[in-house]
Design a protein. Sequence first.
Length: 229
Amino acid sequence: MEQNRLSAPVTKKLVAEQVYDVLEASISDGTLQAGASLKVRDVAAMVGTSVTPVREALQKLQDVGLVTNKPHRGAVVRALTTSELMQLYDLRMVLEKYAAEIGVPHILARDINRMEQSYREMWDAVERQDVAVSLDKDEEILAVVYGAANNPFLVEMIEGLWMRTRAFKVVGAREAFRNHDDTLWLPQKRLIEAVKSHDVAEAVAMTHDSLQSARRRVETRVDDNDEEL
């Protein structure tokens, strides 16, 4: 009897999680851009479900900072201001340099193999100009290093920051493809070489340089009026 009573809520929750995954992926790959309206009934019709799991998914997206509620508009994809993006990259700088410092000494041969595999797959995606996969593989490389720190709370915080800055990264990747600029994808090789030699200082320096470069791209894209991105 206990199992029967639990079956319906579990099913409903799974549907809400699936709706969340669809919306989160669409925000991450730029299909749903900042300011896009997410009316409950429209989303329900698009994903083929009732409105209840959509409401739950939108609430979760709001909880993680990807969606906000606007007066007279309802849920919309959240746009980040310049200062908010800068703050997120400042946090990434602190956490990711720390994760690299702690993780690199614990990297094993199989970890390096995983990084190199992701690196090859990243370049395959770059050649196809597949923005989503290119960024996913970039993050996979970093995740191996940060995961070696054996601190799941640290990794969870970093992944949350990745998710919040993903829309800006999508814009940057698209511009890189449009301008035939490969520099966005070059630091990963430097990181792999540092990891191979267990060079902690070089890995931390690469992390700093890469994030500092991203921070400069934020600065050059906006004026001094706290424009939303």
